[in-house]
Design a protein around this ligand. Structure first.
Ligand SMILES: [Zn+2]
Length: 425
């Protein structure tokens, strides 16, 4: 549901937290390590036409794919930490700031140029890892993009990250300068406002940079969904389709936006290949996210998590700089060359608290599943939709409990199907 994409640096992390909570999806997101699939055991009725052998092969492939993806995720985390440590302790960060100061001494511009250069370096050093992620999707036949299309989107993404990153870093270092003791409180408050604004704007301003959104045309499907809204006694939702097939063969749907931009979005693969009953269940699940205020809850949740992170940086940052002053050549936390330290502490905090957000998210997903079953009364469609999502998205139905605990933002599909099978109306 919550697309907390693997991120190289905190800036990218910030952007992705914002993107993450801006959408609540039916399935684990393609870029998050967790994913879901049905176990295709005999008792499950599925409307798919795949043969048993087909399904078995697909399942084995899914397990291989998820294993490779999870390994990549953990290696990438380690790689990020190593890069940040090197950047800081070899003195590259301070060197960069000194070079910029040869051109300008104005604090605003030093911070801006530093952030810009830092992002470019992060992009370059992070490239092998991002490329590996893309090549995995290609290797397993999930991607619909060639290299240049993919790379074009990476550059576009960098531009978005640069704009949001510049604003964030300028804000953080202004607060650090003006109020060394209370900066983390101000930053936490502004962060919430910033998040709310971006979650509101994401579906109309940021997402359309990458995909085309079209209102679901009038017709049988739309009528069915309006009837569903009325049955559930909820306002008719704005329903859009998105050309996800531009990037991927995967099927997905999401609930996104906030306030006046709230909407259900269906991937075109889903609209094309799923039955109206299956789509109805998927939309009911997304409506559940809306009615249960999951996006707001997630914003509050992530705001608390971030505020604690900022407080930890406040408590530890100064001490670390004092201890390693000779190596780091950084004056204090208000010096923009401390950015890698800022990110390092935040990343370690993120690793320690890794299971927190997914655990909450799995809970929210289960509530949305329950809602979908309650209003559609259609267990069969729910189960066959889950089976198809699993098949299409190469998900592992039964990941190890540790992997589920750390990474899965949705319950594994085997559990979702079991929940539906045992559900009493
Ligand atoms: Zn969901």
């Amino acid at each position: 549901m919550y697309k907390i994409l693997l991120s190289l640096w905190f800036l990218i992390l910030v952007v992705f937290i914002i993107f993450g909570i801006s959408s609540a999806q039916i399935n684990n997101t393609p870029n998050s390590p967790g994913s879901t699939i049905s176990d295709t055991s005999g008792q499950i009725s599925s409307s798919t036409v795949h043969t048993e052998i087909d399904k078995k092969e697909r399942l084995e492939k899914a397990i291989r794919y998820q294993k490779a993806k999870n390994t990549h995720y953990f290696l990438d985390q380690g790689y990020t930490l190593i890069l940040l440590v090197l950047f800081l302790f070899v003195g590259i960060s301070a060197y960069l700031r000194r070079q910029i100061e040869k051109f300008t001494r104005k604090r605003f511009w030093v911070v801006a140029f530093y952030t810009f250069l830092f992002l470019i370096l992060a992009f370059i050093f992070g490239f092998p890892s991002s490329y590996y992620g893309f090549s995995l999707e290609q290797k397993f036949g999930l991607s619909n993009q060639n290299f240049s299309q993919w790379f074009g989107e990476q550059l576009k993404g960098l531009l978005v990250v640069a704009i949001i990153g510049l604003l964030s870093v300028e804000g953080i270092y202004l607060a650090l300068k003006k109020s060394p003791r209370r900066w983390w409180i101000y930053v936490s408050v502004v962060f919430i406002i910033f998040t709310v604004v971006l979650v509101n704007l994401a579906p109309v301003l940021i997402m359309p940079l990458f995909n085309k959104f079209t209102p679901l045309p009038k017709g049988e499907l739309r009528d069915k969904l309006i009837a569903l809204s009325q049955k559930a006694n909820v306002p008719v939702e704005d329903i859009f389709t998105v050309d996800m097939s531009k990037q991927t063969k995967e099927a997905n749907a999401m609930f996104t936006g906030l306030g006046n931009t709230k909407r259900v979005v269906l991937g075109d693969n889903l609209v094309k290949e799923y039955t109206p009953d299956e789509i109805e269940v998927v939309i009911a699940h997304e409506m559940g996210h809306n009615l249960l205020h999951h996006i707001w809850k997630m914003i509050i949740f992530s705001a608390i998590m971030s505020a604690i992170g900022f407080l930890i940086i406040h408590l530890l940052g100064g001490g670390i700089i004092n201890k390693y002053r000779n190596k780091l050549k950084i004056e204090n936390m208000a010096d923009v060359a401390s950015l890698p330290l800022f990110l390092l502490i935040f990343s370690i905090y993120g690793i320690i608290t890794m299971p927190v957000m997914p655990t909450y998210s799995r809970h929210a997903e289960k509530q949305a599943d329950k809602f979908a079953l309650d209003i559609t009364h259609n267990k069969e469609a729910f189960i066959s939709a889950m089976n198809k999502l699993a098949y299409d998205n190469l998900s592992d139905p039964n990941p190890s409990p540790v992997i589920e605990f750390l990474l899965y933002d949705h319950p594994p599909i085997a559990k979702r199907i079991e929940f539906a099978e045992e559900y009493k109306f």
